[in-house]
Design a protein around this ligand. Structure first.
Ligand code: SF4
Ligand code: SF4
Length: 206
């Protein structure tokens, strides 16, 4: 799941110059985080209206980054014709997809933060750094690229103390990697030196 957070409303207002706005929410990641589902879209509509914008309509797509047919979206939402711009309440993936098919200006209402997940009601951040060269099994299935703020592949850094990260309140992922590898009987793997990622392999480079 893509983890996002809401932009400050005043920043959205500064960015969106047009008056006639159509709001698009996302029924997947953004809705799950209560950032772009129906309640948030209706709240945004209300706030924009109070701020002098004319919200010509709104919808929540099942997934803003996975649109089977833009023509169907237009047919189901005829008010889009009246809009000068879209405000999209999804991650950057959804904003990009809509920008690629829409013939009007498209603005994001969210800031995209990381690739995370949900377990029960708990949202977990920064699980994967999307490096395009996954070797997470070397670390017992816990990714230091995504979860360590320094992306230490040969960790921990000197600041790890009592299982805590020195950067912020998070647990040190290297402490968790140690615990996991121990439980798997693979502690010897900690002696391996992992070379830097070959970023030239990233999609589009080679
Ligand atoms: S190694 Fe980490 S950052 Fe790279 S793809 Fe795997 S989980 Fe994501
Ligand atoms: S304390 Fe652990 S998680 Fe924090 S920066 Fe150092 S290695 Fe990374």
């Amino acid at each position: 799941m893509i983890i996002s957070r809401s932009k400050e409303f005043k920043d959205i207002l500064k960015t969106v110059q047009q008056r006639n706005i159509f709001i698009i929410g996302c029924g997947k990641c953004a809705a799950k985080q209560h950032l772009g589902g129906e309640p948030e879209v209706l709240e945004m509509k209300k706030k924009l209206g109070i701020s002098g914008k004319n919200v010509v309509g709104c919808t929540v797509l099942s997934s803003a980054c996975n649109i089977a047919s833009w023509d169907d979206v237009l047919t189901q939402n005829p008010d889009i014709k009246k809009a000068e711009a879209f405000l999209v309440m999804s991650c950057g993936g959804g904003v990009s997809i809509i920008s690629s098919v829409a013939d009007k200006a498209v603005y994001p209402a969210l800031d995209t933060e990381s690739l995370g997940g949900v377990c029960g009601d708990t949202i977990v951040l920064e699980q994967c750094g999307m490096c395009d060269d996954c070797d997470i099994w070397l670390f017992g299935g816990l990714c230091p690229v995504g979860q360590c703020p320094k992306s230490m592949r040969n960790g921990p850094c000197g600041g790890s103390l009592d299982g805590k990260c020195e950067v912020d309140e998070r647990k040190c992922v290297w402490d968790e990697i140690h615990t996991k590898l121990k439980s798997l009987g693979r502690l010897e793997g900690l002696k391996d030196i992992h070379p830097p990622k070959d970023h030239s392999k990233r999609r589009g480079r080679k």
